[in-house]
Design a protein around this ligand. Structure first.
Ligand code: ZN
Ligand code: ZN
Length: 360
């Protein structure tokens, strides 16, 4: 009713849901007729980053950073979309009367937040993000906005990620203590695996790092992009019995199958924010839990919300209720969007990784 009463002329400030709203296919911007990270095939899509829950194949036109487009092509083949367009960092791209800008999210190589701006209203869809330093990608850039859309994968006070360098130091200490055992580290094949390699190199470890086939393509791409990963060798073709004392990086699913048991007396490690929950580590049979995450922890979620200065917060996925509640206590308007189909440190990405592992 109220809609029909509103004047339709240019310059009338949008109500937020007229500029961006949650739909079953994902966030939708009606004036530009475009979706952000759609979970179903759509005519036009903006993609924040290459994780399989955000970047799906089968859209008509895709606009994303050069790195994200390259990662999609690696994962899905060159025909992953009808057409593609590169978004340069910070460049304003106008579609209809809406301006879009891609800004670094600090999550994985090429990851971006998307600022959506029209008629004086600015909404920032941050995708997945983190604030901790990461040698493999550009750091998160806080963008002042009216509405900030955030994930809440680790949106509970129990989730506090220690510095990643310290977790890597634990791994290297274990390698030193158990030189006859193979250290098998489960890490998501896009982002986490390469970040671990880079951190292991920063810690001074110079031996080759052995990798599972499912990690190979993305690792080669990071190397081409100039990320210093040192020497990596494929496990396939190696005599596994000779890999005592070496570090092997593989998708999380591979640590639990037969593949992992063929190494000499393996130590199983898993790098994830979920490793904060000891019961989860035990349940997965993880001997060496490493709390390393590519998502903001509780403190960084709150700090980021304060920093961007938005009066209203929308929470896409994860522990939305706790974060929405905190926003209320901080005097901010907040609501959960209940978007379905996201969660790359949860089951969705694990299944995708399992599929990757089968292919490799
Ligand atoms: Zn992600
Ligand atoms: Zn995600």
């Amino acid at each position: 009713m109220a809609d029909a009463m509103r004047p339709a002329g240019l310059g009338v400030r949008w109500r937020p849901s007229e500029l961006l709203l949650p739909t079953p296919a994902g966030l939708y911007c009606p004036p530009a007729d475009i979706h952000i990270d759609p979970v179903r095939p759509v005519a036009r899509a903006l993609i924040t980053h290459g994780h399989s829950d955000h970047a799906r194949a089968g859209h008509g036109a895709v606009l994303a950073t050069r790195e994200t487009l390259a990662i999609m092509a690696l994962r899905y083949g060159e025909g992953f979309a009808g057409s593609r367009q590169v978004a340069l960092p910070g460049e304003a791209i106008r579609i209809g009367e809406v301006e879009f800008r891609f800004l670094p999210a600090g999550h994985v190589l090429g990851s971006a937040q998307i600022a959506v701006e029209s008629r004086g209203l600015r909404i920032v869809a941050s995708g997945d993000y983190k604030r901790e330093r990461d040698p493999t990608c550009a750091p998160f850039e806080p963008v002042p906005c009216d509405i900030f859309i955030t994930e809440a994968t680790f949106g509970l006070p129990v989730f506090r990620h220690p510095p990643a360098a310290g977790e890597v130091a634990k791994l290297l200490e274990s390698v030193r203590l158990f030189p006859e055992r193979t250290h098998i580290v489960g890490a998501y094949s896009l982002g986490k695996a390469q970040r671990l390699m880079a951190l292991i190199r920063e810690a001074g470890y110079e031996r080759p790092i052995y990798i599972h086939g499912a990690v190979e393509k993305i690792t080669a791409f990071y190397r081409e992009e100039g990320v210093p990963l040192g020497e990596t060798r494929l496990v396939a073709g190696q005599d596994r019995k000779a890999l005592g004392g070496e570090i092997v990086i593989c998708p999380p699913s591979a640590t639990q199958d037969l593949w992992a048991r063929r190494f000499p007396d393996p130590v199983t490690a898993f790098a994830s924010g979920w490793m904060r929950i000891r019961a989860r580590a035990r349940q997965k049979g993880v001997e060496l839990p490493m709390v390393v995450s590519d998502h903001a922890d509780w403190d960084d979620l709150l700090a980021t919300i304060r920093e961007v200065g938005a009066g209203e917060i929308w929470v896409t996925h994860g522990e939305a209720d706790a974060l929405v509640h905190w926003c209320g206590t901080a005097g901010l308007r907040a609501r959960p969007l209940h978007l379905v189909g996201y969660g790359d440190e949860g089951e969705a990405e694990t299944e995708a990784e399992a599929a990757d592992a089968l292919e490799a």
